[in-house]
Design a protein around this ligand. Structure first.
Ligand code: GTP
Ligand code: MG
Length: 653
C-alpha cells in the first residue's frame, strides 16, 4: 500500500497542522489566518480522504445534453436528476453516496468541503434546475466505495461566457476519476476536450472512462475509433494508460421518453459493466496520484510555515538577547558611583580588628610601615592635592545624591527600551560580550524589521522591534504607575547598595581566608593593614566596569565571572601610575583586594539586576523565555513530521 496511507503518515499530517496552528498563535505570526485555513483544508479535505473507507469520487462530465443526468440516474438506480429539455438543465452539482454512509456524515462533509457549503439533502429535482450549492443524495444501489457526481455542463452559454463552467470546474477538480460522456455531434469538439484535459491534469493526472452516446448503427470499431480521437485529445500519447474503459450508450427513444434507464454497454471483449468497473477500482491506488499532489502541497505549505515560525522564534530570541544587553548596560550605569572606598574601609577595619596583639603594638610604634606603603602614601598625597577625582566620585551626602541620580537615569533608560516599539542598542563592534548578539542580528537583519547600521568609531547601532508575542506584556508594563515604581526603588536603594549583612559576612570570610593564606613572614610585615588604609584614599576607589579584558590599564583587575549569563565583566580598580608601585607590590595588593572588590561588585550588580528585573524587564524576559522554549519544542516536532511526510511522498506503492 502507498505510504501516504500509513497510520504513521496520517498521524504526522495531523501533528504537523496542529503544531503549525499552535505555533502561529504562540508567536502571533502574521500568517495566522493562512495557517488556520490550511489546517482546516487538511482536516476537511485531505485527512478524511486518506481514510481507508473514504469513497472514490467519480464525476460524470460532458457537454450540454450529452446525457450526464441520464447516465447518473441509470447508475444510481433512481430518476433523481432532471433530464431532457434544453441543454444546461442541471445548474448545480448533485452528489450521490451509498446510503450506508448516512451514519458517517464526515465523508459527506469532506465531499462538500471543496465547495465551502454545508451538507444539504436533495428534496426535489427542481432544486437542481436553479443555481445554488451542491446537493446530496443517498442511493441504495450505489457501491459503498463510490461517490457519484452529476455535474452541470461546461459548454452552454453564448459569446464565450459559459453559464455553469465555474461550478463544473469545482466539481471536476474535486473528483478522483471522471466519466466523460460525449455524442457523435461533439466527440471531436476540441473546446470540450481541451477543457476536460485541463481538468484531468490540474491536480495530478486523473484517469477516466469514456461513454459514447453513439447511434446503434455504429459498429464497435467505429465507436472505438471515435473514442480513440477523444482519448488522444485528452491525454495525448499517454491515452492508453489513463483511459480505463470505453462504453457505448444506445440512442434508445424509450430513454428519451423516460420509459427506461440509459443502457451502457462495454465496447471490447471481456470488459465489465461500468458500475462493476467503477466498483472494482482500488480507491487508494486511483487516488494516490491525486492525494500525492494534495499531500505535496500540504508539505510545501507546512515547510513554509515552519520557516516563518523559525524566523519568528529567532526574532524573539534576538529581542530577548537585546533586552538583556540593554539591562546589563543599565545595571552598569546604575553603579557608576558605587562607594567602593566604604567597602575597602570596612574591610581594613575587619582586618585590623583581627590582627594578632603583637602586631597591634608594633603598629602603634610605626615599625610596620615599610617601603611600598610609604610610596603609596606619597602617591595618595599627590593625588589628593593635585587632581580632581577623574570619575567624579564624591563623598558622603553628595555621593548618596549622585547614586540616586545614577539609579533613576539607568532605570528610566531601561524602561524606555522596554516600552518603545523597538530596542535600540549602540554596541562596540569589537566587544566580545555582545559577539553572539551581533552575529544573530546580522543573520536576521532585514527580516522582522531588525536592522544594523555601523556608526563611527567602531560602533554599530542595532534596532530590534518588539516581538508580537510580547505585545500584551509590554502593554501591561506601560500601564503601570512608573513614578510609584521609581519611589519604591529609591526607598530600597540604601539597603541594596549599602553594606548589607550578607556582604559584611562575606568580607569577614575573605579576611579570615586571606590570613590563613599568609606566610609567617607576611604576618610579621603586616604591610597589608597599612595598605588597606591607603587604598581608599588613593584613586583605588576609581573603578570602571568593562566587558572584555581591560588590557593595558594599570591597577587591580577584577574579573566578575558569569554575570548576566554573558561573557565576563571586568572591573578595574585603578591606581595611578604615579603611585610608583613596583609590579610585585601591585600583584601582592591585587591578590588581597581583588576578592574584596569582586565580592562587592558582584553583590551589587546582582542586586540591581534583580531590582530591574522585578520592576522593569521581568515579565518580558519570562514570557519570552517560555515562548521560545515551547516554540522550539513545536518546531522540532514539525520538522520531524515534515520529514516523515517527505519520506512518504518519496516512497511509491
Ligand atoms: N434517444 C435517447 N435520448 C437520450 C439518451 N440519453 C439521454 N437522452 C436524451 O438527451 C437529452 C439530454 O439528456 P440529459 O441526461 O438531461 O443530458 P445532460 O447531459 O444531463 O444535460 P444537461 O444537464 O442539460 O447538461 C434528454 O432529452 C435525454 O432524454 C439515449 O440514450 N437515447
Ligand atoms: Mg443533466
Amino acid at each position: 500500500m502507498d505510504a501516504l496511507y500509513d497510520d504513521g503518515t496520517i498521524e504526522a499530517i495531523r501533528r504537523l497542522t496542529e503544531d503549525a496552528a499552535r505555533l502561529a498563535n504562540l508567536l502571533v505570526l502574521t500568517s495566522r489566518a493562512d495557517v488556520d485555513g490550511w489546517k482546516q483544508a487538511v482536516d476537511n479535505r485531505l485527512l478524511p480522504r486518506l481514510m481507508p473507507e473514504f469513497p472514490l469520487t467519480v464525476a460524470i462530465c460532458g457537454g450540454g445534453s450529452a446525457g450526464k443526468s441520464s447516465l447518473f440516474n441509470s447508475l444510481t438506480g433512481e430518476a433523481v436528476s432532471p433530464t431532457g429539455g434544453r441543454a444546461g438543465i442541471n445548474r448545480r452539482l448533485l452528489i450521490s453516496l451509498s446510503s450506508t454512509h448516512r451514519a458517517a456524515p464526515a465523508f459527506a462533509r469532506a465531499l462538500l468541503d471543496p465547495f465551502g457549503c454545508p451538507t444539504q439533502l436533495l428534496e426535489d429535482q427542481t432544486q437542481l434546475t436553479t443555481p445554488g450549492d451542491p446537493l446530496l443524495h443517498y442511493s441504495d444501489t450505489l457501491p459503498v466505495k463510490l461517490a457519484l457526481l452529476d455535474t452541470p455542463d461546461f459548454d452552454t452559454g453564448a459569446g464565450g461566457s459559459y453559464l455553469n463552467r465555474e461550478m463544473a470546474e469545482a466539481a471536476l477538480s474535486a473528483a478522483d476519476v471522471l466519466v466523460y460522456i460525449f455524442t457523435n455531434a461533439n466527440y471531436n469538439n476540441r473546446d470540450n476536450t481541451d477543457f476536460i484535459a485541463r481538468m484531468l491534469t490540474a491536480v495530478g493526472i486523473r484517469k477516466c472512462f469514456l461513454v459514447y452516446r453513439a447511434y446503434p448503427s455504429f459498429s464497435d470499431q467505429e465507436v472505438l475509433e471515435h473514442a480513440g480521437t477523444v482519448s488522444h485529445n485528452l491525454y495525448g500519447d499517454q491515452a492508453q494508460e489513463h483511459v480505463l474503459g470505453v462504453y457505448r450508450a444506445g440512442e434508445d427513444n424509450r430513454v428519451a421518453a423516460g420509459e427506461r434507464p440509459m443502457a451502457v454497454t462495454p465496447v471490447g471483449d471481456g470488459q465489465a459493466g461500468l458500475l462493476a468497473a467503477l466498483g472494482q477500482l482500488d480507491p487508494r491506488r486511483i487516488k494516490s496520484d491525486l492525494h500525492r499532489s494534495i499531500f505535496g502541497d500540504v508539505v510545501r505549505k507546512g515547510t513554509g510555515f515552519l520557516q516563518q515560525a523559525e524566523a519568528s522564534k529567532d526574532h524573539l530570541k534576538v529581542y530577548l538577547d537585546g533586552l538583556r544587553t540593554a539591562q546589563r548596560h543599565s545595571v552598569q550605569d546604575a553603579l557608576g558611583h558605587l562607594p567602593m572606598d566604604a567597602v575597602l574601609r570596612r574591610f581594613s577595619q575587619i582586618w585590623r580588628d583581627t590582627d594578632p596583639s603583637h602586631i597591634r603594638i608594633m603598629r602603634q610604634t610605626g615599625r610596620v610601615v615599610e617601603s611600598p606603603v610609604r610610596l603609596m602614601m606619597r602617591a595618595a598625597a599627590w593625588f589628593r592635592g593635585s587632581q580632581p577625582d577623574p570619575q567624579g566620585h564624591a563623598g558622603g551626602e553628595d555621593l548618596a545624591a549622585v547614586m540616586e541620580v545614577d539609579l533613576i537615569r539607568a532605570a528610566n533608560r531601561l524602561r524606555k527600551a522596554v516600552v518603545d516599539p523597538a530596542i535600540v542598542l549602540h554596541l562596540a563592534q569589537a566587544d566580545p560580550a555582545t559577539g553572539p548578539l551581533r552575529v544573530a542580528v546580522h543573520r536576521l537583519a532585514g527580516s522582522a524589521g531588525v536592522t544594523q547600521a555601523p556608526t563611527d568609531a567602531g560602533m554599530v547601532t542595532f534596532t530590534i522591534p518588539l516581538h508580537a508575542a510580547l505585545a500584551s506584556d509590554q502593554a501591561a508594563i506601560r500601564a503601570t504607575d512608573w513614578s510609584a515604581e521609581v519611589d519604591d526603588m529609591l526607598a530600597r536603594q540604601e539597603t541594596l547598595l549599602g553594606l548589607t549583612r550578607r556582604l559584611e559576612a562575606e568580607l569577614q570570610r575573605l579576611a579570615h581566608e586571606q590570613r590563613a593564606r599568609m606566610t609567617t613572614f607576611d604576618q610579621i610585615r603586616q604591610t597589608f593593614s597599612a595598605m588597606l588604609n591607603i587604598i581608599p584614599a588613593t584613586a583605588a576607589v576609581t573603578y570602571v566596569l568593562h566587558t572584555g579584558d581591560p588590557v593595558g590599564a594599570t591597577g587591580i583587575k577584577v574579573k566578575l565571572a558569569g554575570l548576566f549569563g554573558l561573557n565576563d565583566l571586568y572591573a578595574l580598580v585603578a591606581i595611578p601610575a604615579t603611585a610608583g608601585m613596583k609590579k610585585a607590590d601591585l600583584k601582592q595588593l591585587e591578590s588581597l583586594l581583588a576578592p574584596v572588590a569582586r565580592a562587592w561588585l558582584t553583590h551589587k550588580l546582582k542586586a540591581i539586576e534583580a531590582l530591574f528585573e522585578e520592576k522593569i524587564t521581568g515579565s518580558l524576559l519570562q514570557t519570552g523565555a517560555a515562548v521560545v522554549d515551547t516554540a522550539a519544542g513545536r518546531i522540532a516536532s514539525m520538522t520531524e513530521s515534515l520529514s516523515r511526510c517527505e519520506r512518504a511522498l518519496e516512497k511509491r506503492a
